[in-house]
Design a protein around this ligand. Sequence first.
Ligand code: S3P
Length: 437
Amino acid sequence: MSVATLDRDRLTARASGPLAGVIDIPGDKSMSHRALILGGLAKGKTRISGLLEGDDVLRTAAAVAALGAEVERTGDGEWSVVGAEWRSPAGPIDCGNSGTGARLLMGAVAGLPIEVTFTGDESLSRRPMGRVLDPLRTMGARVVAAEGGRMPVTISGGALGGIRFVNEMASAQVKSAILLAGLRADGAVEVIEPIATRDHSENMLRAFGCDVERDGELIRLGERRALTAIDVVIPADPSSAAFPLVAALICSGSYVTARGVMLNPLRTGLLTTLAEMGAEIELTNRRSVGGEEVADIVARASPLHGVEVPASRSASMIDEYPILAVAAAFAHGRSIMHGLAELRVKESDRLAAIIAGLTACGVEAREKGDGLIVEGTGRPPRGGATINANHDHRIAMSFLVLGLASTQPVGVTGAETIATSFPGFTELMSSLGARIA
Ligand code: S3P
């Protein structure tokens, strides 16, 4: 089920002239996982267009098929899923690099009377699963995990009760796992969110016919929890668009338009922050696609200045800190980003990876508590380093973007990980004039 891409193990980015052009970014990763899982649980045939065909999502497609749904690729980004009563798969479900796929699927199977073992790659095997396994246990699932709540994880589901859970970590994956488990639970299923996280699960569950209420910080599954197939259109992923847009801001003379990018307000923290840094970013052609507001985003090369990002914004840009840190390296003055504890448990320890990578490229960067400080000089950083992506696609893309405007080239090893979320990244950047090879 894998789709070929040209993203290679070792890539080097070199100083590039103005980047220019109009681009289409692949579909949103969060929505893609959810569309496949909900389609697999729903009655009838769900048609999905704009699906992200990156390795993370293809793993979820394979998982949903192994669990009993009929999953078919019918064209570029076009998929159909015929839902079924899920069964215990013949072997373990390998979620590859994907925390979202793993955690959402764990929730979905916990509600059903089946037994499923989940595995993942080296990066995913290091990541904590206890954050979803604990609430699933509270609901009544039987769970066996490796030491420290890590993978491999085996879940024997079914006969769940309700839960009232406070989402202290501000994790959309944890919230989603609970809601998915709750589809077949007996009793009230409530998640309280002191800080709102991306609401794609709630929106999509409603579109599939399930009652989900929101009352301030409280999210509650209603009485109607059955899912009926729908057509899902997935807009472009703002977390992927971030890379060419920041590249345009830092490469002088650039003018880049990313078409149809999703603007869910719980995902737009980076745009707010870049605007505060003085970035010339314009949103045009605002419209609605697949129940989400989208716009064409135009970015022009801009002089940037340092910024202080409050912790309260972190959930709305949690995946964007590596590329924001790159923008901050080109800015004039100090940038301070607060509330980044969660970055330590992403595909890699991103706080450490950002600091090590920036330091290697001649940029002063350091931790402060759970925050990050980047000292921008207003001049292009030196670059001239090779960064190991360490199974982290966003670290790989961020440092390649840095290399497009640094004095010396920047190499990235382990760059094949880019295909987990952004297949065709290198070709798309090259089409704008970026020198990445
Ligand atoms: C995601 C939630 C976030 C984000 C991830 C996708 C989702 O993770 O980092 O890339 O689709 O729900 P957390 O829930 O761990 O914050």
